[in-house]
Design a protein around this ligand. Sequence first.
Ligand code: SAH
Length: 387
Amino acid sequence: MQSTVTITERGESRIRDGHVWVYRADILDVRAAAGDMVRVVGPHGRMLGHALYSDRSQISLRFFSFGDAAADLSLWRQRIEASVAFRTSLAIDATAYRLIHGEADLLPSLVVDRYGDYLVVQALSQAVDRLLPELVRLLVELTNAAGVLARNDPRVRLLEGLDQRVELLHGHVPEQVVVREGRIEYEADLWHGQKTGLFLDQRENRLAAAAYAHGHALDGFSYHGGFALQIARTCTDVIAIDVSDAALDRAQANAARNGVTQVRTWSANVFDDLRRRERAGERFDTIVLDPPAFAKNKASVPKALNGYREINLRALKLLNAGGYLVTCSCSYNVDEALFGQVLHQAALDARAHVTVVEKRMQSRDHPVLLGVPETYYLKCLILRRIA
Ligand code: SAH
C-alpha cells in the first residue's frame, strides 16, 4: 500500500488556489512515515496528487505532482532538467547563480546553487533529505559538477527534526572558489560563508545599481563588498560598511583581486554610523542599503518596520539632490506594499522629495511562483532624491 494522507476541504482549496503547502491543521488522516512521498486525497477520497510528507514541520505536505501524474524519480529528473535549462536560457552573465529554487521550480524544499564547477545543495525537508543521494546523482549527471557540498546548516531543518550539518556529497570542493559576476570576481567560501557562500539573489540588483551609481558612495551592510565592487567603477569612492570584520577582510581581498582602488571598508553598526555621519555633515551621491531580514516572523514586523524606516530616513538625509538610494528588504513578512509605505514615511521624515526609478526583486534565477507568496521575499527599490 502506498502511503496516503487525507486533507480537509480547506487544504484542498488551498492547493486549488495554486499553493503547494498544506499545514498540519488541515490534515485529517495519515497513513505514512516521516519523509514519505505520499498520495494526497481530499476529504471524500478524491486523488489530488503526490506530496512530500513531514511528521514534524507545521508544513505537513509539499505538493510535488498534481492529479494522477506519477511521482517517481523520472519526474524529479525532468524537473531538474527543466530548472537547469531555464537558467541556461537566461544567459546569465555570471558563473554563480541558483540552479534550483525549491517550490518555484516545483522541487519543493530543494535548493541548489552553482558556483562554477561546484554545486551547493540544501535539503530543507525530511523527504528531500532522504532522497538526497539520488538527487545528487542526478545533479552530477546533468551538470557535470566536479563537487557537491551539502550546506544543510539552515535553522529551518530543525523544524523538520533534521540535524544541521555541512558535508561533502560528491567529488571535491575547495576552501575557496572564485566566481565571476559581470566584470567582477568574488572569492566565495562555500563551506562557511552566509547562505551557500554569496548572496546570489542580489546579483541583478548589484548590476542594476551600477547603472546609476556616481560620486561619493556608501554601501551599507556590505558583506563581501558585493554592491561596493560593482558600483566602484563609476564612483569616486565607496565606503563599504559591515559589523563583521571577517566579511570586510574578504571585501578587501575581493577589491585587491579586481584591482578596484575606490573601495574602503569600515567596521561599524550601520544604524550608529549613518547617524554619526549625518552629525558630521557628510553627504553622498549613492547609498546602498541591503540589511539582513529584520522581520524573521510576523511578530517581529512592527520592530522591523521601525528599523527599515530608521536606516532609510538617515540615508535620505545623507543623500545629495540627484543622488540614488538603492534600498532592499529581504523580509518575506514585509511585503512590497508595506515596504513602500515605510519608504514614503522615511522620505517625509527626511523632508526629501523622492522618485522611484526602478522596482526590482530577487534575480530571475530565484523565480517567484504565483500562488506561493513565500517565494517572493526580496524587494529592491532604486530611488532618486530630486530635492
Ligand atoms: N549586500 C551584500 C549582502 C548583505 S548581507 C551582498 O550583496 O553580497 C547582510 C550583511 O549585514 C551581513 O554581512 C551582516 O554582517 C551585516 N550586518 C547585519 N547587521 C548589521 C548592522 N547593524 N550594521 C552593519 N552590518 C550589519
